[in-house]
Design a protein around this ligand. Structure first.
Ligand SMILES: Cc1cc2nc3c(=O)[nH]c(=O)nc-3n(C[C@H](O)[C@H](O)[C@H](O)COP(=O)(O)OP(=O)(O)OC[C@H]3O[C@@H](n4cnc5c(N)ncnc54)[C@H](O)[C@@H]3O)c2cc1C
Ligand code: SF4
Length: 848
């Protein structure tokens, strides 16, 4: 048996050892791993989840020391390599012989030589120990200021900012380049990204560097001074400006180095000494060190293969990245910055909708070279494997929602050799073979191919491959709940659970994610479990629900009081006008017959609500996935054609269903005759008066794919109409999937509209009484969310711009005047960052 020594116990070393053990069927190797960190190898890519509460055990990679061939020496770094005698000396003084040596020492964070960088309170962001140190200090840091500063606005810098946010600090990110994540996204994407992260409270300072970190009286970091003169008071500073390969050991051993550091390796990942390999972030391939896990894994696979006599060659690096940070989707793949000669760019820049999508294509627009997605990266899973291949359709249609998006392409468009999982280099062919072998769900596919176990971005394609192979798919909400939304509704109803933590601990696993938390919050609210900001529920809500107002592009909020059916008294109108004038708000009549007031700062919201509630208004739930409006024409009240009281019915329905939380927002309308002035057939439910009563239509709207509502029942009297609407809405709330509109829900129901009619009108499932009862409970339990906040000091306390200066308005919010009204002051149009004559399409009117 030969002796293999691996220096380093990070992600790539783990992959290597696991690969050697799996391939080494003739038991050629005994493996010793030297790890500097005192703990088993862990998933560094998922490190930030540690701040969110994941334990170190949850982050651990599989334990390889269970294999008798493997010896792990943790907390025992290598101190020197003697290549002549083929030995490694550890810091503990042990001398280990080797026949083959693999360097997998990774990188260390680079800290620029600014004054004060060594002060207590300054950190880097790389290891569990680093995060423990930052967490331990966050509390003390708050004594200085609520701000936390991250130096570096790249991928890791934003992760660090998120960590600071989770630790209760307001993150400031300093980036020398003119926009965030400059290595992954272009100027246009960077502009949208900047807005999105500012929406969630991250202050970015771009185009400026750090001059110094200055100490306070206690000698700890207490100020960061930027090149543009900005001074940020802070007690914690995290440096995240890049990494440097940890190549000192190799350098001292006389191995040849890469031009810009790192151990130089050839295509077999061999260093200048054939007995020594280097993999991962410490290796320099053609002068480049890769700071991502996918290239490291590919190197590990090459060396594992070579050690058992194979001839694998490093296939090159996939530097694609996708992340969802701070609730913001960002992805970049292939030649994202269009460096190839004559590359063309196709850009959809929907600045108001905060979405940016760019495809880089060959000069004849047939081959996909790369792309950038910001705000919505759902197309990433489909597009990334197509890099270097012929485009399956019009590039514009692939990134434009109105063109169907990349989702329509499907997994069938991928050739068998396309790499679906780039983290583990798994092709579509390999996945289909695994499906053919009987791996019939995503979990099985993950464990037998490793696809989907890295960054996880290819999981949607795994599902598509299973569907294409005719395998019925699980409707599980996410990895934390094995249930669909509809099933979870039943679980909550049956168990009476009232909190997310109880639900996830009894009927799920882990700590939840961005997908399941708001869904559970919505289910709990739908089933009448208290105020949306009550107790634990507050932390689960999406941004808008979180503050009972819609966040707008400059970080201010809009206030929309309920105006049932658009009917408003003159006194109430005057109040709205006075409030808008007093708080300097922009006002606009909406398409749903009410009045939006824009531009309120967070600390103004309670004052505005107070004025409005005193005048008899209440929240219009413009922020929630809930009933929005029941629009109406004037019907018999004024109109000479009207045959029923459309206003009265609309008021009745709007008040009945106000505050009703649902899988998607719901809009409705009532028209007083067949002339349809309220456009009721464009709504989730629409009512059109007839000589004999009311016709009820359902499933209109449809969002991106507009739908007309279809007739569910005709000539109903008032009571029957309301009963049917009660049943329809409750049935939808209980059985629809997350973010499924009524139109899509009806299409997906087995039996479609006919089945729905059977349930609602003929009570075919025998649940009508129960649905009506649930609605009656909702109506009886309704309270106004704004008033509830005003009456609860604890809820009220969150409505401040700065926790440490509750009275201070946010100085970065500025307005200018347009058509005699205030509008956000913008620094100019969103730059597209692309030279003419590339194809450009700006804006997508439907997504804003
Ligand atoms: C917070 C965070 C998020 C990230 N997110 C992503 C992401 O989303 N996608 C992505 O692709 N990549 C991401 N990365 C980068 C990714 O984690 C690295 O590319 C990958 O871990 C590199 O693996 P490695 O084994 O080469 O180095 P490492 O994982 O750093 O492992 C090297 C190990 O060697 C040890 N070591 C060093 N010197 C010695 C010595 N002399 N003796 C013994 N041991 C030694 C170190 O202590 C360390 O444990 C992220 C990194 C961080 C920190
Ligand atoms: S829908 Fe009929 S009742 Fe209503 S305003 Fe139009 S014409 Fe008049």
């Amino acid at each position: 048996m030969g002796q293999l020594v691996v220096i380093g116990n990070g992600m790539v070393a783990h992959r290597l050892v696991e690969g050697v053990c799996r391939r080494d069927t003739h038991r050629q190797w005994r493996v010793t791993v030297l790890g500097e960190e005192p703990r088993p190898a862990y998933d560094r890519v998922a490190l930030s989840s540690y701040v969110e509460g994941a334990s170190e055990e949850e982050l651990r990679l599989a334990d390889l020391s269970a294999d008798p061939r493997v010896e792990l020496r943790l907390g025992e770094p290598a101190a020197a390599i003697d290549r002549e005698n083929r030995t490694v000396t550890t810091a503990a003084g042990a001398v280990l012989d080797y026949d083959a040596l693999v360097l997998a020492t990774g990188s260390s964070p680079f800290v620029p030589p600014v004054a004060g960088r060594d002060l207590p309170g300054c950190h880097v962001y790389r290891t569990v120990d680093d995060l423990d140190a930052i967490t331990a200090e966050a509390e003390a840091a708050r004594a200085v200021s609520d701000a936390g500063v991250v130096i570096g606005g790249g991928l890791l810098g934003l992760e660090a900012a998120n960590a600071l946010r989770l630790l209760g600090l307001e993150p400031h990110v300093v980036e020398a380049a003119p926009w965030l994540m400059p290595r992954q996204v272009d100027e246009g994407g960077g502009a949208v990204l900047g807005r999105l992260v500012s929406d969630v409270g991250v202050r970015s300072h771009t185009g400026t560097a750090v001059d110094a970190v200055e100490p306070g009286d206690d000698g700890r970091a207490s100020r960061v001074v930027l090149g543009d003169g900005t001074v940020i008071d802070t007690g914690v500073v995290v440096f995240s400006v890049g990494v440097r390969p940890r190549d000192a050991l190799a350098r001292e051993a006389g191995l040849v180095m890469g031009e810009r550091g790192g151990v130089a390796v050839d295509g077999a990942c061999r260093t200048s000494d054939p007995a020594v390999h280097a993999v991962g972030e410490v290796a320099s391939v053609d002068g480049v060190c890769y700071g991502l896990v996918a290239p490291g894994n590919a190197m590990a696979d090459v060396v594992a293969d070579r050690l058992v006599g194979g001839d694998a060659v490093f296939p090159g690096a996939d530097t694609s990245t996708k992340l969802k940070l701070l609730g913001v989707d960002v992805a970049s793949f292939g030649d994202a910055l269009a460096t190839a000669p004559d590359a063309l760019e196709v850009v959809v820049n929907d600045a108001p909708g905060k979405r940016y999508a760019k495809l880089v294509v060959s000069d004849d627009a047939t081959t996909l070279l790369g792309g950038v997605l910001v705000g919505d990266a759902s197309a990433y899973a489909t597009l990334r494997p197509l890099v270097g291949r012929e485009l399956p359709g019009d590039p514009l249609a692939l990134v434009s929602p109105s063109g169907g998006g990349a989702d329509g392409v499907g997994a069938d468009a991928l050739p068998d050799d396309a790499q679906v999982c780039s983290c583990h280099a798994v092709t579509k062919g390999a996945l289909n073979a695994a499906i053919g072998d009987g791996n019939h769900d995503v979990a099985d596919l993950k464990s037998c191919t490793q696809a989907g176990t890295g960054c996880g971005s290819c999981v949607p394609i795994l599902r598509k491959l299973l569907s294409s192979a005719g395998v019925e798919q699980s409707t599980a909400l996410c990895e934390h709940f094995a249930y669909s939304r509809a099933e979870l509704v039943e679980v909550v109803r049956a168990t009476g659970v009232t909190t997310f933590s109880e639900l996830v601990s009894t009927h799920g696993r882990g700590r939840g994610c961005d997908a399941c938390k708001p869904v559970v919050a919505s289910i709990l609210a739908s089933l009448g479990n208290g105020h949306v900001l009550g107790g634990e529920q507050a932390a689960l809500q999406d941004t808008n629900d979180h503050v009972l107002a819609n966040m707008q592009r400059n970080g201010t909020y809009s206030v929309v009081p309920r105006v049932p059916a658009g009917e408003v008294t003159p006194d109430q109108l005057v109040t709205i006008g006075e409030v808008a004038r007093e708080f300097g708000l922009y006002t606009k009549i909406t398409g749903g017959q009410r009045i939006d007031m824009f531009g309120a700062r967070i600390e103004q919201l309670p004052w505005i609500w107070k004025r409005l509630t005193d005048a008899g208004f209440e929240s219009g739930h413009a922020y929630g996935k809930a009933l929005r409006t029941v629009k109406s024409c004037v019907g018999t009240t004024w109109c000479r054609y009207g045959v029923q009281d459309s206003v009265g019915m609309a008021v009745h329905l709007e008040l009945r269903y106000r505050g009703l939380r649902s899988p998607h927002k719901i809009k409705a309308a009532v028209s007083g005759c067949a002339r349809e002035c309220a456009e009721a057939r464009g709504k989730d439910f629409g009512i059109i008066a007839t000589e004999n009563g009311w016709n009820l239509y359902v499933g209109g709207n449809g969002g991106f794919s507009p739908r007309h509502a279809q007739l569910l029942a005709s000539d109903l009297d008032d009571d029957t109409l309301v009963r049917y609407v009660d049943r329809f809405l409750m049935f939808y709330i209980r059985t629809a999937e997350r973010l499924q509109r009524t139109a899509g829900w009806i299409e997906d129901l087995e039996g479609g509209l006919d089945h729905l009619r059977d349930v609602v009108v003929h009570d075919s499932l025998g649940i009508a009484a129960e649905l009506e009862e649930a609605m009656a409970a909702h109506v009886a339990g309704y309270t106004d969310e704004w008033r509830d906040v005003l009456e609860d000091p604890e809820k009220l306390s969150r409505f401040v711009s700065f926790v440490n200066a509750p009275e201070s308005p946010d100085p970065s919010i500025r307005f200018e005047t347009e058509r005699q009204q205030p509008v956000p002051a913008m620094s100019g149009p969103v730059p597209l960052g692309m030279p003419a004559p590339h194809a450009t399409v700006e804006g997508s009117p439907d997504v804003g």
